[in-house]
Design a binder for this molecule. Sequence first.
Ligand code: MN
Length: 236
Amino acid sequence: MNTWFAPEAPTCLKTTSDRDFPISRVFCVGRNYAAHAREMGKDPDREPPFYFTKWPETVRNADPADALTIPYPPETANYHHEAELVVAVGTPGFRIPQADALAHICGYAVGLDMTRRDRQLEARDKGRPWDVGKNVADSCPTGRLQMVEGGGHVETARISLSVNGEVRQDADIADLIWSVPEIIADLSKYYALRPGDLIYTGTPAGVGPVVSGDEITCTIDGLPPLTVRIGPPFDG
Ligand code: MN
């Protein structure tokens, strides 16, 4: 290859197997729990699912053994946690029937969709793209990917998030407005899904701000947990 500079190696997620998972693309689902839609001032009446994307390098391994620290990002005064079930695509597919959706999933993880809430709401209310609110460096700390082989699928499980030991988000995956198979069927109408794609399936109610020094822990029953500390402000 004759390139202007050496391309970066792909960002990888650690897994419960001895092989890492190279990330292709990151899709996120907006407002997928009714109580969270209401806390954001929206009607949760099963509007069609909608999506935004993040760069793969926003994902960081947040296995508790790694003691991950992420910086507090620039240009926000309201950096919010969003605990989410993350789905990893292992088999390609376009216009995937809902009944076949689970066969395209190779793993599940606990993930965060950290958000510059001030910037996101400003963009939302002006009808502008959400990129600077959502596609933030280091904003997707994610636990170890539990492979379906051995771990099975996640349909009902408690999801919870604590900041410095205080529970802020506590719900069940079964409360998703759009289930994982419904999301895969819908998203794959727009994009041919491929191995390496991650889908962050939306956050339950209880989102809120963090500050430097906070420690976030996040769990989904049956999946490896996630721990991340918020470090000093980003300084390049
Ligand atoms: Mn989210």
